[in-house]
Design a protein around this ligand. Structure first.
Ligand SMILES: Nc1nc2c(c(=O)[nH]1)N[C@H]1C(S)=C(S)[C@@H](COP(=O)(O)OP(=O)(O)OC[C@H]3O[C@@H](n4cnc5c(=O)[nH]c(N)nc54)[C@H](O)[C@@H]3O)O[C@H]1N2
Ligand SMILES: Nc1nc2c(c(=O)[nH]1)N[C@H]1C(S)=C(S)[C@@H](COP(=O)(O)OP(=O)(O)OC[C@H]3O[C@@H](n4cnc5c(=O)[nH]c(N)nc54)[C@H](O)[C@@H]3O)O[C@H]1N2
Ligand code: SF4
Ligand SMILES: [Mo]
Length: 702
């Protein structure tokens, strides 16, 4: 028996695991107490790594769909068919006729992170999509425009803060996001133990709200009004603290913001949010009075109608209250591999736009909410073929039914994925990589977002099965086969191994840690607490923070001019500790117990509609309707309902062993693909207008 150490690749928290292995079988998975960062923390999902490894549903050989039947084929054949078909489509319909969608595990999977970019570049298509635009795009946009690089995303220094304001995040369940922080629970308690406070603003009294000192219910989609009101109070009452940051800002911009907020009042904010003026004032004063404070906003504000503005406003609030770039505030990391190392230059935003709706490109990608229409709408530049990797957009992107229809209409589709699931069932070829414990790990993206600087590489725990390929090998082979069709022998790109790529990547960093050195430390290397880094770390040309970039000015004016309207019943999402977006649901111990895909509703809203606990109800939106069991609970704010995303495993043609009772419905069959943040193009997955009926009544209505 051997004990091996590896970082968990399932979420952003980077927990170190200690794994007992015998004869290539996992005996146990525990937290690694010696891990320099996570110090033994683990969550219930970690054991799913064993289930994933042993899952009989996992595909092990390439699959080819011929006349509707799946056949297992060789890697050589699969790679060659794929390259040829993609090439043929581009020859006939242009480079942009091939689109690519990359999902969330792309950033948790070292091979994909290091090798997919070259293949994507080789394809030369402007139709690139990813989970970013259903998630954290607005954070990157604020990084790009305010700090000069999309990967300069400030992280809340929760190890040292005295006041943590959480808007639209549930880190007790998500384990933190754009804030890599194993063991949020104990870190939250430590804030309280040192006399600090945690305040949660959320339309649902969440698991995090339960642990906080205060919870404020807020009407979904209205956080921007709350943050602006806080800014307004700070500016009007001169509660600013600019000492620390004075060399890095232009004070004239503060006057400009003050001017822009002239027509806006705290009363407006109270009307919109449902948070009283007194609560807003108290919150703002407490935030400013704390020795250090940090406002942190996550998915409940990122992927909403004003997601773009929200992250500008959150950064600005932290900056003007003296809570940026100092311990306990919002800080930037000093990672061994710095994703923001490139020089500042032309902004990577709106360089092109989506064909049908004209939504803006950002960072080389288009908003995923436009993918279905870009496939379905005939005309010049129509998407005819699709590559998906590490993604399940049918369940994860708004209007999944429309994506089903779109994927069905393609001339060719290839999916790099370990399952035959809701998305990959539409493919002609599935290329299944070795995964999970069979792969090495390095948190390329997440050390850049971690609340403490560290660096760690883990070797694979188990060998990959004979005849299987890693994601990086698949990308490498695909690229070579594709280039052979498009380039001469001398022009072919050089090929590297994963180890060579890691070595090159680390050597570009400034930590001085080499790959050889890193491999000697299976529990990681501690690089110390977050450090103040202004103005050196800024990538703006003038080495100043841009407090009020032009792109935010008109949207802000528009928002302030817009009357505040009553929007009826609004749907928001919900995560669970034993779930990971749309997958892991065929690990029995992850789904067992009472089915969790239910609709939560406030008792008054239920009473108004004659709904009682356990009723099957119909939830109807502009794009669809679904039947779901109602759970009546005062943990919801009146006027809002909550449904988790990533379920709906009852589409035909998949190969997943998920019991009927745990299939659930897909929230994204109700989320409107036409609703995006006009500024950033991010999908509006929270605050979706819906109607809810008891089943019998709706049957009459439909
Ligand atoms: N309504 C609503 N929609 C949402 C959200 C929400 O809160 N509400 N959340 C959004 C967010 S934050 C995100 S990140 C997205 C996620 O959206 P996606 O990334 O599209 O979806 P996932 O469910 O993460 O799908 C991961 C896929 O990767 C595959 N996979 C797992 N491991 C590997 C591997 O090693 N290699 C390869 N090649 N494939 C692998 C899995 O089988 C699965 O098909 O969903 C978004 N959608
Ligand atoms: N167990 C588990 N962990 C995960 C994941 C998972 O699926 N399961 N997914 C991972 C991924 S990809 C991500 S991106 C992160 C996400 O990490 P988080 O953002 O922390 O996770 P969510 O649970 O989506 O939290 C969003 C919160 O916003 C609230 N909310 C919804 N609408 C609004 C609103 O308008 N205003 C406010 N103030 N709040 C609102 C919701 O009630 C919810 O509590 O989690 C990661 N970790
Ligand atoms: S918190 Fe995230 S990284 Fe840690 S064990 Fe759970 S899933 Fe893995
Ligand atoms: Mo995400």
């Amino acid at each position: 028996m051997a004990t091996k150490y590896r970082t968990c690749n399932l979420c952003e928290a980077l927990c170190g695991l200690s794994i007992e292995v015998e004869d290539n079988k996992v005996l146990s998975i525990k937290g690694d107490k010696e891990d320099v960062f996570s110090r033994g923390h683990i969550c219930p999902k970690a054991v799913a790594l064993k289930d994933l490894h042993e899952d009989p549903d996992r595909l092990k050989t390439p699959m080819h769909k011929v006349d509707g039947e799946w056949k297992s084929i060789s890697w050589d054949e699969a790679i060659s068919i794929t390259a040829q078909r993609l090439y043929d489509v581009q020859q006939k319909s242009g480079d942009n006729a091939v689109a690519i969608y990359q999902g969330n595990p792309s950033v948790h999977n070292l091979g994909t992170a290091l090798f997919s970019p070259q293949f994507v570049r080789a394809l030369g298509s402007k139709n690139r999509y990813s989970a970013t635009s259903v998630d954290q795009l607005a954070h990157h946009l604020a990084g790009e425009y305010m700090l000069g690089h999309q990967f300069l995303v400030p992280v809340p220094d929760i190890n040292r803060t005295d006041f943590w304001l959480i808007l639209g995040g549930n880190p007790m369940v998500s384990n933190g996001s754009l804030m890599t922080a194993p063991d949020v629970g104990n870190r939250l308690k430590s804030i309280q133990k040192r006399g600090g406070q945690v305040v949660v603003v959320d339309p649902r009294r969440t698991e995090t709200a339960d642990k906080a000192d205060k919870h404020l219910f807020i009407r979904p989609g209205t956080d921007i009004y709350l943050i602006l009101a806080m800014m307004k109070i700070v500016l009007d009452e001169e509660l600013m603290d600019l000492e620390q940051i004075s060399g890095s800002i232009d004070v004239k911009q503060i006057a400009q913001i003050k001017e822009a907020l002239k027509g806006f009042t705290v009363v407006n904010a109270a009307q919109a949010t449902g948070v009283s003026t007194q609560e807003i004032e108290e919150l703002t004063r407490a935030f400013c009075a704390a020795k250090s404070a940090v406002c942190y906003g996550r998915l409940g504000v990122s992927a909403t109608t004003y997601g773009g503005l929200c992250h500008w406003a959150i950064n600005t609030l932290n900056i003007i209250t003296g809570n940026f770039d100092r311990p306990g505030g919002a800080m930037l990391t000093s990672p061994a591999v710095d994703l923001a190392r490139s020089k500042s230059g032309k902004k990577r935003f709106r360089r092109w736009s989506s064909r049908v709706r004209g939504l803006p490109e950002f960072g080389g990608e288009l908003p995923s909410s436009t993918l279905a229409e870009d496939i379905l709408t005939p005309g010049e530049g129509q998407i005819k073929a699709m590559v998906t990797s590490c993604g399940n957009p049918v369940l994860s992107v708004p209007n999944g039914r429309k994506l089903d229809e779109a994927f069905d209409s393609l001339e060719f589709m290839v999916s790099i994925d370990i399952y035959l699931n809701e998305t990959t069932r539409h493919a002609d070829i599935i290329l299944p990589p070795a995964t999970g414990l069979e792969t090495p790990h390095y948190g390329l993206a997440f050390h850049n977002l971690a609340i403490h600087n560290s660096t760690k590489y883990s070797e694979a725990v188990l060998p990959k099965e004979e005849g299987t390929l890693y994601d990086w090998e698949i990308f490498s082979k695909l690229q070579r086969a594709y280039e052979k069709l498009t380039k001469s022998e001398e022009e072919l790109s050089p090929q590297f191994t994963l180890e060579q790529m890691m070595e090159m990547t680390l050597s570009m960093g400034s930590s001085g840690v080499t790959f050889q050195e890193l491999k000697k430390h299976p529990h990681g290397i501690d690089l110390g607490p977050l450090k103040s880094s202004m103005p050196g770390r800024l990538k703006t040309e003038d080495k100043k923070i841009n407090l009020f970039p032009e792109i935010y000015q008109d949207p802000l004016a528009g928002l302030i001019a817009e009357p505040i309207s009553e929007r009826g019943l609004l749907m928001i999402g919900r995560r669970h500790l034993r779930s990971n977006n749309s997958w892991l649901h065929n690990s029995y111990r992850m789904v067992k117990g009472r089915p969790r895909c239910t609709m939560l509703m406030h008792p008054d809203d239920a009473q108004d509609r004659g709904i009682v606990n356990g009723d099957t109800v119909v939830v109807k939106s502009r794009v669809g309707q679904e039947e779901i069991v109602a759970e009546i609970s005062d943990e919801m704010m009146k006027g809002s309902i909550s449904i988790p995303h990533g379920w709906g495993h009852n589409r035909p043609g998949t190969r997943m062993s998920i019991a009927e009772e745990h299939a659930g419905v897909s929230m994204n069959d109700l989320v409107d693909d036409m609703a995006v943040d006009a500024l950033s193009g991010v999908s509006v997955i929270n605050a979706v207008p819906v109607e809810v009926f008891v089943k019998s009544e709706s049957e009459v209505l439909v």
